[in-house]
Design a protein. Structure first.
Length: 303
C-alpha cells in the first residue's frame, strides 16, 4: 500500500500530533503485525520465564517471597531479557521507519526489516556504548534541572517529562545521523544537537504530548478488558492469597506480566514514529533535502 505522507516538512507543535495520528492510521496494521511478528519467539520465551517465576513465588502464611535463591537468579535473567527485548524491538522499529520513509509504501516484509537490522547490528552495539558514555557526561546537568523541576508545583512533573523527551529526541537523532551516514560515531551527538538546538524545546514538547496522548489512548482501550478479567477472577475464582498459589493464579500473574511487557513495547514503537517525524522535520530544516528533491524533479524524469 502506498503511504501518502510527507515526512520532511516544517511543522508546529500541533502539526506533529496530527502528523503522528495521520501516519499511524495509515500503517498501524502493517506496523504492528510486522514488529510483533518479528518478536513472537522472544515474547514466547519471556512468557515462559514469567510463568516459571510465578511458580517460585508463594503468598502463603509461611512465606510471602521467593522460595529460594534461584528465584532471584531467574528474576535477574528476566530483567536482562526484557532490556534486550526492548532494545531489539526499538531497533527493528527504527529499521521499519527507515524503510517506510525511503519507499513511501508498506510493500516490504518483516524479512527485509530483520535483514537490515542484522546488517547494521554493529552500529547499534557501538552506539549503545557511546550513548552510555554520552549520558554519563550530561548526567549531572540533567539531574540538577530535574531536581529543580521536581520542586515546582504542578508544572514540575511536566517539565521533567519534556526534559526526558528532549533527551530521547537527541539520542534518537544522534543514532540516525550515525545510522544513515551523516556523521561518524564520534561526532553524531554534537551534530544532532546542533541540528535540534534551535527548536529542541518545541520538539520536546511535541514528543511529550504525542507520547502522553498515545499512552492515554492505549490505557483507555485496555481498561475494559482488564476490568472484565478482574471481575471474573474475583467472582468465580476468588482473590484471596491462596488463589495466587493456584495454577489459575500463576497464569493470571503471567498474563499480567505479559500485558505490561506488550504495553511497554507498544509505547516504544509509537515513540519511534513520533521521534522519526521530528527527526525528519529537523533534518529537512538543516539540509533542505526536500527542496533539493523537488528541484531534481523539475522538468520530469532523467533524460
Amino acid at each position: 500500500m502506498e503511504v501518502d505522507f510527507e515526512f520532511q516538512k516544517e511543522r508546529k507543535i500541533g502539526d506533529f500530533v496530527q502528523s503522528f495520528i495521520d501516519l499511524f492510521k495509515l500503517i498501524y496494521k502493517h506496523f504492528v503485525t510486522t514488529i510483533f511478528g518479528l518478536s513472537a519467539l522472544p515474547l514466547a520465551a519471556i512468557a515462559l520465564v514469567y510463568y516459571f517465576l510465578s511458580t517460585k513465588i508463594t503468598f502463603s502464611a509461611h512465606s510471602s517471597s521467593f522460595e529460594d535463591i534461584d528465584g532471584f537468579t531467574w528474576a535477574a535473567l528476566l530483567i536482562m531479557a526484557l532490556i534486550a527485548l526492548g532494545l531489539y524491538v526499538y531497533g527493528i522499529s527504527i529499521e521499519y521507519f527507515i524503510l517506510l520513509k525511503e519507499r513511501k509504501n508498506t510493500l516490504f516484509t518483516g524479512k527485509e526489516v530483520l535483514r537490515n537490522f542484522r546488517a547494521n547490528i554493529g552500529k547499534y552495539i557501538m552506539f549503545l556504548f557511546a550513548m552510555i558514555l554520552a549520558l554519563i557526561v550530561v548526567f549531572i546537568p540533567l539531574a540538577i534541572v530535574a531536581v529543580i523541576s521536581a520542586f515546582i508545583p504542578f508544572i514540575g512533573s511536566f517539565a521533567i517529562g519534556i526534559l526526558m523527551s528532549m533527551v530521547g529526541i537527541w539520542l534518537f537523532s544522534s543514532f540516525l545521523f550515525y545510522r544513515e551516514g551523516y556523521s561518524d560515531l564520534g561526532s553524531c551527538f554534537t551534530d544532532a544537537y546542533v541540528m535540534l538546538s534551535k527548536k529542541l524545546i518545541q520538539y520536546g514538547v511535541a514528543a511529550y504530548i504525542v507520547n502522553f496522548i498515545f499512552q492515554m489512548a492505549v490505557m483507555m482501550i485496555s481498561v475494559i478488558p482488564l476490568i472484565i478479567v478482574s471481575l471474573i477472577s474475583y467472582n468465580f475464582l476468588g482473590m484471596e492469597a491462596a488463589f495466587f498459589d493456584s495454577s489459575w493464579g500463576k497464569l493470571l500473574m503471567t498474563l499480567g506480566g505479559m500485558f505490561i511487557t506488550l504495553f511497554t513495547l507498544f509505547l516504544y514503537m509509537s515513540g519511534v514514529l513520533a521521534n522519526g517525524i521530528i527527526y525528519e522535520t529537523a533534518k529537512d530544516l538543516k539540509f533542505g533535502e526536500r527542496i533539493y528533491g523537488m528541484i531534481d524533479q523539475i522538468g520530469g524524469g532523467n533524460e
